[in-house]
Design a protein around this ligand. Structure first.
Ligand SMILES: Cc1cc2nc3c(=O)[nH]c(=O)nc-3n(C[C@H](O)[C@H](O)[C@H](O)COP(=O)(O)OP(=O)(O)OC[C@H]3O[C@@H](n4cnc5c(N)ncnc54)[C@H](O)[C@@H]3O)c2cc1C
Length: 557
């Protein structure tokens, strides 16, 4: 059996930054990842990373914008720490070799992003995530890191009240194995594939969040799901907020710049929940184009600017929609984009289980509260990835030697083998598609009690059917049918938590918009939802929101 001081699960920006911090603290560190590190979803991030640098901007406004953007559900102490760390974090990434775009005077170029009082999103054209990921991966290459590549975490082992290691499925060998660890950091990223219409990669299935939930960790604020306003119509490929940051505008079928009705001051650059609801409303009220979409126009920006600042957007539009954004409007609709919720942690990445840490999109500190601002997530992976790595390393230094039992592995192996031995039962993809349809139609931008209850019944029924899921592919190595089944199980568990939290929260706040409770209700709901696993379904409780200086106000853009 393999043993390490710290095992980080996930090799995106959060996982890599955590591993680097733990290595620099002198621990023996391994990363377990189901993908090659550079294929992590972080590499798909286009628009940029926020930091208040330069004379005109201030950390104070970044803090205020983030608190307001969160619809006052973000923890203000954590947000203050986060925004203060932003400048040093971006400078560090530049020193690691990230080539950011430059302004004419040679300083870091910055573009406006939604919900931000100042243009503070630093970028590398529209490939910011990839630029960061490559620089960090090369930097990590100088350290003595062990990498388990194409291994899928299936279980976090918690025994005697603390994390002792993990069980993972080695895709190449086609077998499960245990890895003992004094500290485990979960950095498995997004879970967007719970929805059908999503900007997230196919690998974004929430595995680590589901594993932590089953192991006894609290999940926080899972009902808050962000829909990005502008995804390409058919494929749901993201058209970055940077496109509006560069001056792109939204128009309905009547040629109206409709955002003037919803956000008279900042128009197209209101925060994402506001713009997504506006587009949805335009289409619902009959002002969309036939086939239900609106236009994003860039033509007025000119070829030179579009092709230099938004290279990927040009490629995506041309290749996936047959549209040239230099001469034609881009057809867009909102799609699931980001999970504000995740494994509940504090600003050091600690969960309620000793030895278990989390960071990145899999975690919820919470700094995004009910709605994340664009550009704050790449920053979060680095700021809190580092903190989780530091805390895990410190914990591992004093922790007892972990003990893993052989019968634990046997039980897990039997459960996984059973999926392949069944002669009856449904294949995972059918369950996955039904779950996605349920979430798309009943747990979307606007929600109500009747639809949410219907969704819950459907998800619970799918969970029962999942008990008999059947893997027909017999391949020993690279059995995608099997990993698909494992991922579907993870997503069903999380879908249930999202819907349960959404039913309970009888108010509208940030991305959670209830047509039957259209107002924010600070008297009763200024609190975090906490979900704990039970075989009968999630048990919900609530925790306080941390305040420092910002009184809740109505959010106007
Ligand atoms: C298209 C797109 C564009 C975006 N643009 C921006 C932007 O411009 N600015 C911004 O701030 N944010 C942006 N975001 C959000 C941001 O990119 C993500 O929230 C962030 O990169 C997530 O990083 P992460 O390290 O938490 O996860 P990821 O980068 O997704 O990494 C997850 C890692 O976990 C591993 N993993 C998953 N499951 C398992 C398992 N079972 N076993 C082992 N390993 C596993 C994967 O292999 C992967 O290495 C964007 C998101 C998307 C989808």
């Amino acid at each position: 059996m393999q043993r390490h001081d710290v095992v980080v699960v996930g090799a995106g920006l959060a996982g890599q930054r955590a591993a680097l911090a733990a290595l620099q603290a002198g621990r023996d560190v391994a990363i377990v990842s189901k993908l090659h590190p550079l294929r992590s979803h972080s590499g798909a991030a286009q628009g940029g990373i926020n930091a208040a640098v330069g004379k005109e901007d201030s950390v104070e406004t970044h803090i205020y914008d983030t608190v307001k953007g969160s619809d006052y559900l973000g923890d203000q102490d954590a947000i203050e720490f986060f925004c203060k760390e932003a400048g040093p974090t971006v400078v560090e990434m530049e020193h690691f070799g990230t080539i950011f775009s430059r302004a004419d005077d040679g300083s870091l170029a910055r573009r406006p992003f939604g919900g931000a009082g100042f243009p503070r999103t630093i970028y590398a054209a529209d490939r910011t995530g990839l630029a960061l990921l490559q620089a960090l991966w090369e930097h990590l290459g100088q350290e003595n890191l062990t990498l388990y590549e194409e291994w899928d975490l299936t279980r976090i082992v918690v025994d005697e009240g603390r994390a002792q290691g993990i069980v993972a499925f080695d895709r190449r060998r086609g077998d499960l194995a245990q890895i003992a660890a004094k500290a485990v950091v979960i950095a498995t990223g997004p879970a967007g594939r719970i929805y059908g219409r999503t900007t997230n990669a196919h690998s974004c299935t929430g595995d680590g969040v589901a594993a932590a939930y089953r192991a006894g960790a609290f999940l926080k604020d899972m009902e808050f799901v962000q829909f990005h306003p502008t995804a390409l119509l058919e494929s749901s490929i993201l058209i970055t907020e940077g496109a509006r940051g560069e001056g792109g505008i939204l128009k309905n079928a009547k040629g109206e710049r409709f955002m003037s009705r919803y956000a008279p001051h900042v128009l197209d650059l209101a925060s994402r929940d506001v713009v997504s609801r506006a587009i949805f409303t335009e289409v619902r009220e009959g002002r969309g184009f036939p086939g239900d979409y609106v236009h994003l126009e860039l033509m007025h920006l000119g070829r030179e600017r579009i092709e230099s600042r938004l290279q990927e957007i040009c490629d995506f539009s041309r290749n996936f929609a047959g549209i040239d954004p230099v001469t034609e409007p881009i057809p867009v609709m909102p799609a699931q984009h980001y999970m504000m919720g995740g494994i509940s942690t504090n600003a050091r990445g600690e969960t309620n289980i000793p030895g278990l840490f989390a960071a990145g999109e899999a975690a919820c500190v919470s700094i995004h509260g009910a709605n994340r601002l664009g550009g704050n997530s790449l920053l979060e992976t680095l700021v809190f990835g580092k903190q989780a790595g530091i805390a895990a390393a410190a914990y591992a230094e004093g922790a007892p030697t972990p003990v893993l039992r052989a019968d634990d592995l046997d039980r897990e192996t039997t459960a996984v083998r059973a999926m392949g031995d069944r002669t009856e039962g449904e294949e995972p993809q059918h369950l996955r598609i039904e779950m996605q349809r349920t979430m798309d139609t009943l747990v979307g931008i606007y929600r109500n009690a009747a639809e949410l209850k219907q969704a819950l019944a459907q998800i619970v029924a799918l969970k029962v059917r999942y008990e008999k899921v059947r893997v027909v592919d017999r391949a020993k190595t690279y059995n995608i049918n099997l990993t698909d089944a494992l991922e579907t199980g993870h997503m069903l568990a999380l879908a249930e938590v999202i819907v349960a939290g959404a039913i309970a929260r009888t108010e509208s706040r940030g991305a959670h918009a209830r047509t039957d409770f259209p107002k924010r209700d600070d008297a009763n709901w200024m609190k975090h939802t906490l979900a704990a696993y039970s075989p009968q379904g999630p048990r919900l409780s609530y925790g306080p929101v941390a305040y420092t200086r910002w009184e809740p106000k109505e959010r106007v853009y």
